[in-house]
Design a protein around this ligand. Structure first.
Ligand code: ADP
Ligand code: ZN
Ligand code: ZN
Length: 793
């Protein structure tokens, strides 16, 4: 028997299967989807068995598989198939897409071991049993010695693969006596009070196997008392496999039993029909904030479970949508597995195993949860489907929405995309009946959407009255606080202020590694680069003219917080941005405090725009609506509209009515005007007109090619070579833009140039780009990085 294996080396040359002989002793266990260790050149590396066949086309002698890493397959047929599709779609290697699908701990870690060939070396204390592991724990002298022995041919270096996917076990006790025997044992030991308690427990539960620590807590004895019963040979100890249960610190929510609205019922029926008849339809729910979409998701998940199927739900980022996760968890309890970036690698692996073994039937998670190994999917839901975080921004650059639709087809199940502000691409597909559109235009209970005031900050009567606040916003905040209600304030810029400038000569402090100015962070008194993480102490004088008249410009969340506490000294203010939420559990802590009304104002970056549902929030303020508009991206208007609509939706969700105040320097801009009217449809029409006029998606497909190198001239030259290649390959149906410097031309001391392709015929472009991928392989060794990003976000 022969195994066709994808080896763990990411190069074009190895982007195919290699044939290996399956040794006799491994015949029964090597199957499709298991990981093995194989010899490759002089090394031993990890490989994935793609298939098992009887014949090989290889004429030479096949090498045998050295070791088995998994006893059971870690990838099923669906995942193996899917990995091929992803590799092709995203111009990446099979091995990268396979590794992307698995929990981190299953990515191989290699050990280097030096093995003595020359017996004489055994005198050297460095080697134990004729070998030593080469790690950075060795001293430099020892490493040099190994290098010398290597060149002298006295040792051999071998690589071995470590399986880091370790199962966690706990020590447990079990009983093998009959109850009568136990009663006798109790009698014999009656003086030992604690041990009697243990025996009593097993008299009531003779068949149980229970972790020692758990039993100790349960019957209130010490673990040593339990151990004593083991030593006395009354009970037996054993290792029990267990899961690292991720701690769930979301606030409990009241479970309400509502009568579904007719809109909800209609949506649920339409989707459930496809679940029951196993059809792979894609639905787009365009439902205003508070229209009860979540309730639709939960009901359809229930219906899939009732059919004996499983359900997968994606949310943009778990820590930002804790209320959604807790609603799903509460509804489906132990059936739910949650996958997110906050889990440790071990916890992720355990959740993955629960899913893989069929112990969890409902999975909620962020982007990569789309690869959850659920069997027999009945429904896939993507909430906030317009979010750009569903696209991975490194190789393989897959979009979870596309993967969802692929899996929907494979499993013959519906896919539900939901949003108050669908992406133009999805909405356009619904227009053409590629997706089925479900509109939910009303809030449950017919609550109106909150009225929005746009404040023109160019008007001197508004601007800079009190720091960055207009009078209207101050007054509204004041009323809110007096009424014992709550406010949410959005400013999509973290830090204290955007940049530091010398007032004498105009010098701006910039990052030494990137083409961006450094952001002022007052709490730690530093300047920080948000792109590479560079930090420096706050300077006291200008390096150009030595003046000490330095002044910070622009506003960030830190500065707003400072201003707020001056204006409202008695109000509780919480800040939520990357800087206040870097520690594990920080998000939910802030949200819980706000839920318990320990603060009246929640201030934050776009993190606060999503999913929050607090009944006492009656005011939403946007400090500066222009931050997202200013970005040079054809989606700038769409992003602005989405953000404003989303954050406005936080106001007046329960019985109390709400209001929204947007401060802006672009009050006439259609994205802001239409967000204020909560008019998605009008925005969609307007934006489609603009995209049509300038040949952008969804009318054209787009792919971006980015070329980077340490030396600017090299990057530029290569970019032009690629452009010339495109000129030869494409006729004028493909629009080629660039090369131009990337939005930030230098990041981490590398120069970035980009070329954008816009086209209607996917087939031709796909072929040419695949050819480009092959031909640019050799450039990698010269320090180039060339990335192909189709449907760039
Ligand atoms: P969306 O996800 O569309 O923003 P939600 O599902 O969060 O909306 O619903 C908004 C609020 O209305 C929530 O507090 C939810 O508990 C409540 N809700 C949902 N469906 C109903 C219903 N049929 N009757 C009453 N309240 C409902
Ligand atoms: Zn100066
Ligand atoms: Zn930098």
């Amino acid at each position: 028997m022969i195994a066709k294996i994808i080896v763990d080396i990411s190069t074009m040359q190895t982007n195919k299967t290699f044939d290996y002989e399956i040794p006799e002793e491994l015949k029964d266990v090597v199957s499709k989807g298991v990981r093995v260790e194989v010899p490759f050149g002089r090394r031993k590396i990890q490989g994935f068995v793609d298939s098992v066949v009887e014949q090989t086309d290889f004429s030479g002698k096949l090498k045998p598989i050295s070791n088995l890493i998994d006893v059971e397959p870690v990838l099923n047929d669906e995942m193996l198939e899917l990995s091929k599709w992803i590799a092709d779609q995203t111009y990446s290697f099979r091995i990268s897409s396979l590794k992307t699908m698995l929990p981190n701990v299953m990515r191989a870690k290699y050990h280097q071991i030096a093995i003595v060939k020359d017996e004489m070396l055994n005198q050297d204390g460095l080697f134990v049993d004729g070998q030593v592991e080469v790690t950075d724990k060795l001293s430099n002298d020892e490493l040099l010695k190994i290098k010398r022995y290597k060149t002298q041919g006295k040792i051999e270096i071998v690589y071995s693969v470590e399986n880091r996917a370790k199962k966690k076990t706990v020590v447990a006790v079990k009983n093998s006596h009959s109850v009568d025997e136990l009663i006798q044992l109790k009698e014999n030991n009656r003086k030992k009070k604690a041990q009697v308690k243990v025996i009593d427990y097993f008299i009531s539960n003779p068949k149980n196997i229970i972790a020692i620590t758990e039993l100790a807590k349960l019957i209130n004895v010490s673990t040593s008392a339990i151990n004593a019963t083991v030593e006395a040979k009354i009970f037996e100890k054993l290792q029990l496999e267990t899961y690292r249960s991720p701690q769930n610190n979301y606030a409990e929510q009241e479970q309400k039993d509502y009568e579904l609205t007719s809109e909800q019922t209609k949506a649920i029926n339409q989707i459930t029909d496809k679940i029951k008849t196993s059809q792979s339809e894609t639905f787009l729910i365009e439902g205003v904030t508070g229209s009860g979409k979540t309730e639709v998701y939960l009901n359809t998940i229930q219906n899939a479970l009732d059919e004996g199927k499983t359900a997968l739900m994606l949310v943009p980022e778990i820590s930002l949508t804790p209320q959604m996760v807790s609603r799903v968890s509460q509804r489906f309890q132990s059936k739910v597995a949650v996958l997110h970036s906050g889990l440790s690698n071990g916890e992720k692996y355990d959740e993955w195993r629960r899913i893989e073994r069929g112990e969890a039937q409902v999975v909620v998670g962020a982007r990569s949860a789309i690869f959850a190994p659920l069997d027999d999917l009945g429904i896939i839901i993507i909430d906030e489907e317009h979010e750009s975080s569903y696209k991975q921004d490194e190789n393989p650059r897959y979009h979870a929405r596309d993967v969802a639709i692929w899996r929907g087809k494979y499993n013959h199940c519906p896919v539900v995309l939901g949003s108050a502000t669908p992406s133009l691409e999805s909405r356009a597909r619904a227009q053409k009946n590629v997706y089925q559109l479900i509109k939910m235009p009303k809030r449950v209970n017919d609550n109106p959407l909150p009225p929005v005031d746009i404040i023109d900050m160019r008007d001197l009567n508004n601007a800079a009255k009190t720091g960055d606040f207009s009078e209207s916003l101050i007054n509204a905040l004041d009323t809110t606080i007096k009424n014992d209600e709550q406010a949410v304030l959005l400013l999509n810029k973290r830090g204290y202020s955007a940049f530091l400038m010398c007032r004498e000569c105009g010098f701006v402090f910039k990052c030494p590694n990137c083409d961006v100015s450094l952001t002022v962070h007052k709490d730690h008194n530093i300047l920080k680069c948000h792109y590479c993480g560079f930090e420096s102490q706050m300077p006291t004088s200008c390096p150009n003219c030595q003046s000490d008249k330095l002044r910070s410009h622009g506003t960030g969340t830190q500065k707003i917080q400072e201003q707020l506490s001056e204006i409202f000294p008695d109000a509780g203010i919480l800040r939520m941005d990357v800087d206040t939420t870097s520690r594990k559990g920080a998000h939910s802590k802030i949200l819980n405090q706000f839920a318990q009304k320990k603060a009246q104002i929640l201030l934050g970056t776009q993190m606060i725009a999503k999913g929050l549902d607090f009944p006492d929030v009656t005011l939403v303020g946007v400090i500066n609506a222009d931050t997202t508009l200013a970005i040079s991206d054809f989606r700038a208007s769409e992003r602005t509209f989405q953000l404003l609509t989303q954050v406005s939706g936080r106001a007046g969700r329960a019985d109390k009515s709400g209001r929204v105040i947007i401060q802006t320097y672009n009050p006439e801009h259609y994205a802001i005007q239409l967000a204020a009217k909560h008019d998605y449809e009008d925005f969609y029409q307007h934006e489609m007109f603009i995209r049509h006029r300038s040949d952008y998606p969804p009318f054209y497909y787009a792919t971006q090619i980015t070329i980077s190198h340490q030396y600017e001239n090299k990057a530029l030259k290569k970019a032009f070579e690629i452009k010339n290649f495109f000129d030869q390959q494409f006729n004028d149906e493909v629009i080629i833009l660039g090369p131009t410097p990337a939005m930030i031309a230098r990041v981490k001391n590398k120069y970035y140039y980009q070329i954008m392709l816009k086209y209607k015929n996917q087939q031709i472009v796909h072929e040419v780009l695949t050819q480009l991928l092959i031909e640019t392989q050799k450039d990698i060794n010269d320090g180039f990085k060339i990335s192909i990003d189709s449907d760039p976000q």
